[in-house]
Write a protein that binds this ligand. Structure first.
Ligand code: APR
Ligand code: ZN
Length: 289
């Protein structure tokens, strides 16, 4: 690994060990090494199928207008939702395990992910906030209750003309818990994530193009936070300095708007499955000293 990346990895390890409340933000890029394509990378789903992206923007409106027709459509064998149903077959990669290890070491307090694939939890991460929901769950559009997707035989419901699936608590319409384009982020995860962005002093952003909002506003919220820090001047007197409260680090294959706009302090350019385990190695080297 070239020197620059090595230097930045050492820096990220030191920053992580020095942090009091570090969190991770992740996107589809962390799961590509598990075999799940991302969306906007060179081999991304939307990059390869722009029409599918256009269609995805219509899903929420269709669901609101006619839930039965929407469910009929997404249960079609060639629907993109059949891809999401296969998420359970994928395994975490070293990038996921590295974040789970940082949590176990007490450094990472939470992982806020845009991924609906459940791979962080499979790797052992405990405090995971699924900002864009989970494709392994259904959610009630009325009371917000979530249910295991496996508890529903959707094909049978379709066969019996019983779509859309209904909430056993309030009889509301159920949808996939995965958040659709144009759908508001469920308030519970939105509040939790904002609290974490306000609490953290280090944000490690992994495998996201950082172009989808409101998730992409979390680093910007953190970036605005300032704290006063005392430092001793040459004269020996103490001066109070107004400094940035949060160290923001990107680990990503490409530069993002966070890099260009200097929202992040530095970018470690590379594959998360390579960069993150190296950070863990360095962290463990520092911690045993
Ligand atoms: N390591 C590091 N970075 C990677 C890797 C990898 N192994 N593989 C891909 N990347 C980078 C890509 O270069 C790209 O910059 O990860 C980024 C993935 O960006 P997107 O595909 O836009 O995914 P994401 O940011 O998670 O998308 C946000 O958009 O389509 C919606 O709901 C969907 O949650 C998703 C949201
Ligand atoms: Zn309900």
């Amino acid at each position: 690994m070239q020197n620059r990346a090595e230097d930045l990895i050492k820096r990220a390890a030191i920053d992580s060990v020095d942090s009091k409340y570090a969190i991770a933000l992740t996107g589809a890029g962390i799961s590509t090494e598990s075999g799940i394509p991302d969306f906007r990378g060179p081999d991304g789903i939307w990059t390869r199928h722009p029409e599918a992206e256009r269609e995805a923007y219509e899903h929420y409106g269709e669901l609101l207008r006619d839930p039965e027709a929407h469910w009929e459509k997404i249960l079609e064998p060639d629907s993109i939702f059949s891809e999401f149903d296969k998420f359970g077959e994928y395994a975490p990669n070293p990038g996921h395990y590295a974040l789970a290890r940082l949590e176990k070491l007490g450094i990472l307090k939470s992982t806020i992910t845009q991924n609906a694939d459940g791979l962080h939890q499979k790797a052992g991460s405990r405090n995971v906030i699924e900002y864009h929901g989970s494709m392994a769950k259904l959610r009630c559009m009325s009371c917000g209750s979530r249910f295991d997707r496996k508890a529903f035989d959707l094909e049978e419901l379709k066969g019996e003309g019983q779509l859309p699936p209904r909430c056993e608590k309030c009889n509301g319409v159920l949808k996939y818990d995965g958040v659709y384009f144009r759908e508001p982020i469920p308030s519970d995860v939105a509040h939790l994530s904002l609290e974490e962005a306000w609490k953290c002093d280090l944000m490690l952003i992994c495998g996201t193009s950082a172009v989808v909002y409101p998730f992409a506003s979390l680093p910007r919220t953190a970036r605005q936070r300032r704290i006063e820090k005392e430092r001793q001047t040459e004269t020996g007197l103490y001066a109070v300095e107004d400094i940035q409260a949060v160290t923001i680090i990107e680990a990503n294959a490409d530069l993002t708007p966070l890099t260009y706009e200097k929202i992040s302090g530095y970018l470690i350019q590379g594959r998360t499955g390579n960069v993150l385990p190296h950070i863990v190695e360095e962290v463990e080297r520092i911690m045993v000293r």
